[in-house]
Design a protein around this ligand. Structure first.
Ligand code: NDP
Length: 483
């Protein structure tokens, strides 16, 4: 592979038509490399190859698909540390989190290796005597996958693994901010004994290559994770072409801290979920709705916890919070700090750019208090190490505030009351509800997704992913009389 040979198309590594720089957000002087950008023709080649290859992959059968996915997952788990370092260097999460992400990505592959074996259908009696009915799941065909930078290996893994498990061909466009992680994952897949064209990876900007991909009529299904505005555009393109679509987008996850909560646990969970991954998680706790009886004590401890985090170079031992992913994201974060203050919120700590020995995009974790749910900092996804405290007088009010959002991805409650926990679980409008747990942190074998503007289309992950990555065929067979 030459320095510009990063696109995997039709079973071959190819150069792009241009390149982009990939720099380490912990140290902007560290140039990771120049990464290829695909031209329009290369995207078309990838789509044509995927179309050609898909029937052979489906015909290869479940044992073959199981074995390939198992091999990919096993290698990823074995190389979690090494690939985790790549993630840490280009995305900026601490190396231990990078390692955990790669291991989890491997688990998605091994889980879907087994799911490939479980493609069971249904048998039904017909209302017409002599007719037999069976219902089977078949692949949708060519799946376009568009993924973001914040989980540059795990997110594509939970899309690519089920796509391949159920016999589809894939054209994957990763985020341009994390091309090295995309190449690392693609190298493992590319080494497998699979028909050329079953898996393709094309780097390029979302606005050009991504847009062209989602508008292409030869795509049968699109799975996207990213921002709401881009998601809206993708949904419109998908509807215009009658393409199946699944999207996971923004969030504004609430966490209720009730007067009967274990306060130490509440602070630990809130701080971890708000600031882990530099707050750049769709499951981050961004609205902390705190009962007035424990408000002051909670806020005091939360500020101490925020200030105690070690912010620094992602590859440095002991770093708990790495840099913000890009200059653009850092500017946006600082704008939100200014916006929050202008709206009348009280900044209790953080929110400023930090100097470290290397020139990186470091930001001190920020806590806003005295916020109202109608402020922009409580309405818009910030994707930043910023969390907002909203004081409340009762559980009922807290629940109503929590539900007052266009989003509904994850939501948590800290309480010792079983009845409150049960009520919350039943009445919180969110895709994932956490009781005495952080809003971030989910398992890989159960569905993940949200409501409202957080998600669109069928759920991802677990056995529920079959809904998106397969299409159902109902067969009617008249058995007739034996001759
Ligand atoms: P985007 O939604 O722009 O990017 C996500 C993916 O979509 C990337 O691969 C991107 O490519 C691609 N893309 C961008 N534009 C198009 C398009 N027109 N058609 C097809 N694909 C496209 O998110 P950003 O990375 O710009 O982040 C902006 C904000 O989005 C964040 O601040 C955060 O609020 C939110 N976000 C939420 C995520 C979540 O998990 N909920 C994940 C990431 C972002 P490329 O990056 O190469 O341009």
């Amino acid at each position: 592979m030459t320095s510009n040979t990063h696109l995997f198309i039709d079973g071959r590594w190819q150069e792009g038509v241009t390149t982009i720089e990939n720099r380490n957000p912990s140290d902007l002087d560290d140039l990771i490399g120049n990464y290829a950008q695909a031209g329009a023709d290369q995207l078309d080649q990838a789509l044509a190859a995927a179309r050609r290859a898909q029937p052979a992959w489906w015909a290869a059968g479940i044992q073959k698909r199981h074995d390939v996915l198992m091999a990919i997952g096993t290698e990823m788990m074995a190389r979690a540390e090494e690939i985790g370092q790549i993630i840490a260097r280009e995305e900026g999460k601490p190396a231990a989190e990078g390692k955990g992400e790669v291991y989890r990505a491997g688990q998605f592959f091994t889980y879907y290796a087994a799911e490939a074996l479980r493609n069971h259908g249904d048998l039904a009696e017909s209302v017409r005597p002599g007719v037999e009915i069976d219902v089977r799941r078949e692949p949708v065909g060519v799946v376009a996958i568009i993924s973001p930078w914040n989980f540059p290996v795990a997110t594509p893994a939970w899309k690519i693994a089920p796509a391949l498990a159920f016999g589809n061909a894939v054209v994957w466009k990763p985020a341009n901010l994390t091309p090295a992680s995309a190449v690392a994952l693609s190298e493992i897949i590319a080494r497998q004994d699979i028909p050329a064209g079953v898996f393709n990876m094309i780097l390029g900007s979302g606005r050009e290559v991504g847009q062209r991909l989602v508008e292409n009529r030869s795509v049968d299904a699109i799975s996207f994770t990213g921002s709401v505005p881009v998601g809206r555009g993708i949904a419109a393109a998908a509807v215009a072409n009658m393409t199946k679509v699944q999207m996971e987008m923004g969030s504004k996850n609430p966490m209720l801290i009730m007067d009967d909560a274990d306060l130490d646990l509440a602070v630990a969970h809130a701080a971890g979920a708000a600031f882990g991954g530099t707050g750049q998680k769709c499951t981050a706790a961004s609205r902390l709705i705190v009962h007035e009886a424990v408000h002051d004590a909670f806020v005091e401890r939360l500020v101490k916890a925020a200030q105690a985090f070690k912010v620094g170079h992602a590859l440095e031992e002991g770093t708990q919070i790495g840099p913000v992913v890009s200059e653009g994201q850092l500017v946006q974060n600082l704008d939100y700090i200014a916006k929050g203050r202008a709206e009348g919120a009280e900044l209790l700590c953080g929110g400023d750019r930090l100097e470290r020995p290397t020139t990186g995009l470091f930001m001190a974790p920020a806590v806003f208090a005295r916020t109202r749910n109608d402020m922009a900092i409580n309405r818009e996804e910030m994707f930043a190490p910023i969390t907002c405290v909203i004081k409340t007088g009762s559980y009922a009010e807290a629940l109503s505030i929590a539900n007052d959002s266009e989003f509904g991805l994850t939501a948590g409650i800290m309480t010792r009351s079983l009845s409150r926990a049960s009520h919350f679980r039943a009445n919180m409008r969110a895709g994932c509800v956490m009781v005495n747990l952080p809003t971030a942190g989910t398992d890989y074998h159960v569905p993940f997704g949200g409501r409202g503007a957080s998600s669109f289309g069928p759920r991802e992950q677990g056995s529920y992913a079959a809904e998106f990555y397969t299409t159902v065929k109902t067969a009617y067979v008249a058995a007739g009389e034996p001759q």
